[in-house]
Design a protein around this ligand. Structure first.
Ligand code: NI
Length: 169
């Protein structure tokens, strides 16, 4: 089922996610729905807050559904190691048409549970590292506009207000 993606400034986007404690069919269906929703919007990552649910669940797939091995479900994820720096453009399904460069660690290691509750660790560099950091930020209620410089944030917030006033947001 395709879920509705909420846009900024919906307050749920800034709500830290509750840890997941029950790894049941309901959770697995929610994860499947998140993948379906992300693919329908041509995204490479989606956090539960973006479908209105403040829980620590995120899905990532850099291949956008083309390579099953790149399908990642991260439940209760944490960044446990970060190294280096990159400054690349990011977008977000909750901020349509906004793209901006954001400073991130070049490489991170995450620790997370899969949809069955099994813990695993995984390293990511470049785009995968950015996706991990962007999505785990969502689970903490942190949006990528707050990772931009104040100047860029204000420019983008003005752009959003203009789109809102034109009914285009
Ligand atoms: Ni996002």
């Amino acid at each position: 089922m395709i879920l509705k993606i909420v846009k900024y400034p919906d307050p749920v986007l800034q709500q830290p996610g509750e840890p997941v404690t029950e790894f049941n069919d309901e959770l697995r269906q929610f994860v499947a729905d998140m993948f379906e929703t992300m693919y329908a919007s041509q995204g490479i990552g989606l956090a539960a807050q973006q479908v209105g649910v403040a829980k620590r669940v995120t899905v990532i797939d850099l291949s956008q559904g083309k390579d099953p091995e790149q399908k990642l479900t991260l439940i209760n994820p944490e960044v446990i190691f970060r190294e280096g720096r990159q400054y690349e453009e990011e977008g977000c399904l909750s901020f349509p048409e906004i793209r901006e460069k954001v400073v991130r660690a070049f490489k991170v290691r995450v620790r997370a549970q899969d949809a069955n509750g099994n813990w695993f660790e995984m390293d990511g560099e470049e785009l995968l590292s950015r996706a991990f950091q962007h999505e785990i930020d969502h689970l903490d209620g942190i949006l990528f506009i707050f990772r931009m410089s104040a100047l860029k944030r204000n420019l983008n917030l003005r752009k959003i207000r203009k789109m809102q006033s034109e009914g285009a947001w």
